[in-house]
Every structure is written in C-alpha cells, then in structure tokens.
Design a protein around this ligand. Structure first.
Ligand code: HEM
Length: 583
C-alpha cells in the first residue's frame, strides 16, 4: 500500500457536516462574520485601555516602591507584553495572518507568556501576600496560560493530593477532550477512558503483553535483520541516530499494533514483509511531518501554510488507518481491534473511528522512538553503562541457550527474558527521568481546598486548572537526584543489584519520584509495552550491529523545550552515527 497516494482519496465523509453536527458542532458562519467586525474593535479598545492603565501603574511603581508589595512588578510587565501583541491579533481577526510564520510564532509566544505570580495572589489573599509567606518559594506556583489560571504543585510530597483527588473535584477528561478534538478531529464518546483502560489492561499488560512482545520482535527482526547473512548491509551506513532509532521503533510498533500486510494479497510471506518495510517507512516520514507541527498545533498557533499541511496529514492518516483498510490486514492487535469493536457497538460512525485510530497511533508511537534515541545515545556516550548492559544482554542469551552467529537462527526475546534485566531497566528509568516531561493537568470542577504535605491549605477556585510538572518539580531536583543532569545508569539500582525505589526530599521518602508515565487514572497504559520495545531495540542493536558515533566528542544535544508537557522530549538536533550488520 502506498501511503503517499492512498487509493481512496475521497475525504468527503470526514468533513460531512451531518456527521459533525451529531457531535455537537454548529455551523459558525454568522459567528465568524460577527467576529471579523467585533474582535478587531474589542482588541483595539482593550489595547488602548491596557496601555493607559499599565503605564500609569509603571510610573506609580517607580515613584512609590511600597506598591510593589501589593501588585508584583512582573505582572505589570507581562500585561504590557500581552497588550503589545493585541494589534497583531486585531489584524488577524479581521482578515488573516499576514505577518509571516516566524512572527506568528513570536507573537504567540508572547501571548502564552507565563504570568508567574506569587502563589497566594489568586488564592486566599486576592492580592494580599500573607506576611508569613512573603519571599518564600511556595508549594504552588500560579501561571496564566491561554486564559486559565494553572496552579502548579511544586512539592512532590504533595502530588498525591492531586493525583488521588476525586473526579468530581479534579477532572482530567475536559482538557484531554479539547486537545484531541483540536489535534485529531476526534470527538470522544461517553465511556472513552474506561474502554481504553480496559483494553490496555487486557492487551498491553499481563498475558496480553506476552503476545505483543512476540509481535514486536517479529517486526523488529523484519526491519532490522532482514538482510542478515546476505552481505547486503555489511558496509557502514551513516545516518542520524535520532532518525534511525525513531524510524525503527515507530515502524515496528506500528506494525505490531496495527497489523501486517495480508499474505493473501501478496504471493508470498517474503513479499508481504517487503511491503511492510516499505509502507511503514513511508508512513514514518509522514508521521514525522505531523510530529514537527504537533506543539504549535496543540497550542493552536499554526501559521496558515502549516495549518494546510496539518489538514493534509490528518486526512492521510485517517485514510491509511481507516476501519475499512484495517479489515484487510493480518495480525491486528487485540488492543486496536477491541477499540474498533466497542465503538462499532456504540454506533460511532466509521469516519470518527478512523480519527480515533490516528489518535491511537499517536499515543502509541510518538514517545517510544524518541526515548529509544536517548537511551541508545546515553549508552554510547557512557562506556561503563554500555559495557554493563552488554554483559547483561550476553548473560541472558547464554542462560536461554541462544547465540548470535552467522547462519544461525535469529535470537528471540520473550517477555520473561525481558523481566531479568535490572541494569537495562535502571538505564531506561534514568533515560526517562532525564528526557520525559509530561504535564498532568486537571480541571477544577468546584471550589476546593488542596492540602499540602507541609500542612498548608490552598483554596482553589472552580474553573481554574491544577497541574503537575514532575520534570522540574522532582526529576531534576538536586536534592532528590544529586548531580541531576548527569546520566548515571545505575541510579535506580540498589547496591545488591535490585530496583531502587527509595528517594528522599526534606528527609521524607517520596512516593512520586519519577513520573515519565504520568500518574493516577491517566497513567500511561502502554508503559510496560513501551519498556519492552526499548529493551528489544537495545538487545538487537547490541547483538547484531557494530556502531559508533561519527564524532565521539560531540556533546549530547539539548532538549527541544517546545515539547515540554507532551511526554518524551526530542533533541534540538540530530547526532550522526555509523552502523553495520556484523554478518
Ligand atoms: C516511552 C514511551 C511512552 C511515554 C513516555 C508515554 C507517556 C505517556 C504519558 C505521560 C501519558 C499521559 C499520562 C497522564 O496524563 O497522566 C500517556 C498516555 C497514554 N499513553 Fe503513553 N507513553 C509512552 C508509550 C506508550 C505506548 C507504547 C502506548 C501504547 C501502546 C501508549 C499509550 C498511551 C495511551 C492510550 C494514553 C492515554 C491514556 C488515557 O487517556 O487514559 N503510550 N503516555
């Protein structure tokens, strides 16, 4: 199947208004006409008033320093920056964005500028900072983002009061529903979360994971080892390590979950495998294009040309993963087929199910590939870690009577074998600590109190958001992890070689010390499968390939912080490496 020109390129179904109306979307022509006139006028008046008020305040601040105690100076500066972006929004609202992509990003950044406030400002004191807290770094930091007050809990000892709070007070669905509607065009059904959790428990954990591990192995072998023994790939190949790792892990994960080319439609299994290799590679290239647009798409700040590209890509994925096309594939995972079945039974239209398939692809493939890159890079940059992992891999193969040799059978890695790798587990956990940075967000459904571990109570208003950003709050906290930005492969190992779980802050043991998978009811249901994918990838690389960095002295690239909040981070640039099959 050629994903670049899918046979079925009619997309009317996806945009048919009848379907959308059922999901509650109205025709918005009159609203748009009104907003073309109203918004520019509104923005202009707001801009003028805001300039007058904020510059007056600034003058007063300079004259009367005591005023700064009542209203922090940085809030006035934030307001001025925000005000300066309004003329641009006024022009945009009246016609379209005419200032180019770069300025769109710059203005959007200013718009989203964090208005960091003294924590009590929005809480009990309504502008008064209680004297006992003045100057202290509190347990909550409040920021204004896209029109909402987000209260970030910064004390990891207090995470439980958010993660475990009842859904009637702190709701996770609202935020997620809005995001998936914007990014994937999918409108959630009633029991969405329950269905996803139930099928994930069945197919991505326990016995289900045994099947998924086999499927992943089969596809990794097809992608990485298809030319073993033929002598074809024995020459050094040079490429970017990020591109390579993401490509392999994405494609194998996709094929394991969404199935293989049907052998019935090809003459032989070999032909079907070849089509899998080609099709998944094409799909990966398109996925990366969407991936790169993703942060701006999620923030709702794409420029016009990017918007068109995002639409094209969405349609392509809806079509490629459509329920109709899935019917003709072999080995579709229970995880994917269960989702389709339940939605069918609940009467969801097929075009909406297709959109959900894209969402599943995203959730399952957007994080593991980047994580595989970081893991492999850290191992390559730390020879002690690489040697320890290599030794463990060789030990497991020896124990299970397997040998990597010319002309011999390909090695197989079962889920049980992958349970006996404490060193690799620790290296994976350390990699995720350094490179996974999700934000957990909950909508506040009623006025409520958050009880902190320190005994402090904070009153939070209905309509606000409560959030946790574990990366900053705990994952790189030097008190919890000395020398926090250094990769230490054995950080999560006890002296006797078991998994280490005791980490402390302020002398107290932390329950939430590393949170790459989120926490609570929304915790990533694919985490066990993801860890297996990473380990299988490393096993095969170490067993079958020679590899080296093109420039061994090149620094580990930085993290692209535009992705903060979305799970696995990506590097600011790729890093070149060479690899070749050993035989
Ligand atoms: C290194 C790889 C991965 C990372 C770092 C990761 C991380 C996350 C995070 C942080 C969340 C949100 C948790 C929250 O809001 O509290 C999430 C949700 C999710 N992940 Fe993963 N994930 C990974 C791989 C996978 C894989 C391989 C699958 C499936 C095969 C998967 C399926 C999902 C699904 C379906 C959700 C949504 C759960 C819900 O809404 O209840 N993830 N993941």
């Amino acid at each position: 199947m050629d994903v670049l020109s899918p046979e079925d390129n009619s997309y009317e179904d996806y945009y048919n208004a009848e379907g959308l109306e059922e999901f509650g979307l109205c025709k918005k022509t009159h609203v748009k006409e009104f907003s073309h006139v109203f918004l520019p006028v509104f923005y202009s008046i707001t801009c003028a008033l805001s300039i007058i008020v904020n510059f007056t305040l600034l003058t007063l601040f300079i004259k009367y320093k005591t005023l700064r105690k009542v209203l922090p100076l940085h809030m006035v500066i934030s307001d001025i920056l925000f005000t300066l972006s309004l003329p641009f929004w006024a022009v945009y609202a009246s016609s379209e964005w005419i200032f180019g992509d770069q300025s769109c990003k710059a203005i959007s950044l200013v718009y989203m500028h964090l208005q960091k406030s003294k924590e009590e400002y929005y809480l009990e004191g309504h502008g008064q900072i209680p004297a006992e807290n003045e100057g202290k770094h509190g347990d909550i930091v409040t920021v204004q983002l896209g029109g909402f007050y987000f209260h970030f809990i910064t004390d990891p000892l207090s995470f439980g009061s958010v993660v475990k709070e009842a859904r009637t007070k702190l709701d996770f669905t609202k935020f997620a529903e809005l995001l998936v509607a914007r990014v994937f065009g999918y409108h959630s059904m009633e029991s969405e979360h329950k269905v996803l959790q139930a099928s994930s428990t069945k197919h991505l954990m326990g016995d289900g994971l045994v099947v998924m591990t086999q499927a992943m192995m089969y596809n990794l072998q097809n992608l990485m080892l298809h030319s073993v023994g033929s002598g074809d790939d024995n020459q050094w190949q040079e490429t970017g390590l990020f591109t390579y790792s993401y490509n392999i892990v994405f494609r194998a994960g996709y094929l394991a979950l969404f199935g293989n080319e049907s052998v019935k439609s090809t003459e032989t299994l070999e032909k079907a495998k070849e089509i899998d290799r080609q099709h998944s590679d094409e799909l990966f290239k398109e996925f990366r294009k969407y991936d790169q647009l993703f942060p701006n798409l999620a923030y709702g700040v794409l420029g016009p040309s990017e918007k068109m590209e995002a639409e094209r890509l969405k349609r392509l994925f809806w079509s490629t993963l459509s329920v109709q096309k899935m019917r003709s594939r072999d080995n579709i995972s229970g995880w994917v087929s269960d989702q389709q079945q339940v939605r069918d039974e609940q009467g969801m239209q097929e075009f909406m199910q297709d959109r959900f398939m894209f969402l599943l692809l995203w959730a399952s493939q957007g994080n593991t590939g980047p994580a595989a890159f970081w893991l492999f890079l850290y191992l390559m940059k730390h020879p002690d870690a690489m040697n320890a992992v290599k030794k463990e891999v060789e030990e497991i193969l020896r124990e299970t009577g397997q040998e990597v040799k010319r002309g011999g059978p390909l090695i197989d890695l079962s889920r049980d074998m992958l349970l006996k790798t404490p060193i690799l587990d620790s290296a994976v956990e350390e990699t995720l600590r350094l490179t996974a940075a999700p934000v957990l967000t909950r909508a506040v459904l009623q006025d409520m109190t958050i009880n902190m571990a320190s005994g402090q109570e904070y009153k939070i208003r209905k309509g606000d958001r409560v959030a946790i950003f574990p990366y900053i709050a705990v994952q790189v906290d030097p008190e919890v992890y000395p020398d926090p930005y250094t990769f230490k492969y054995d950080r999560f190992l006890t002296p006797d070689g078991n998994k280490k779980t005791d980490f402390y802050k302020g002398g107290k043991k932390l329950k939430y010390y590393n949170m790459p998978w989120g926490a609570g009811t929304t915790m990533c249901p694919g985490r066990f499968f993801a860890i297996n994918e990473l380990k299988q990838f490393v096993f095969l690389m170490l067993s079958y390939f020679d590899f080296e960095l093109k420039n061994p002295n090149e620094e580990i690239p930085g993290i692209d912080i535009r992705r903060w909040g979305f799970g696995s981070m990506q590097p600011t640039k790729d890093i070149q490496f060479r690899y070749r099959l050993r035989f």
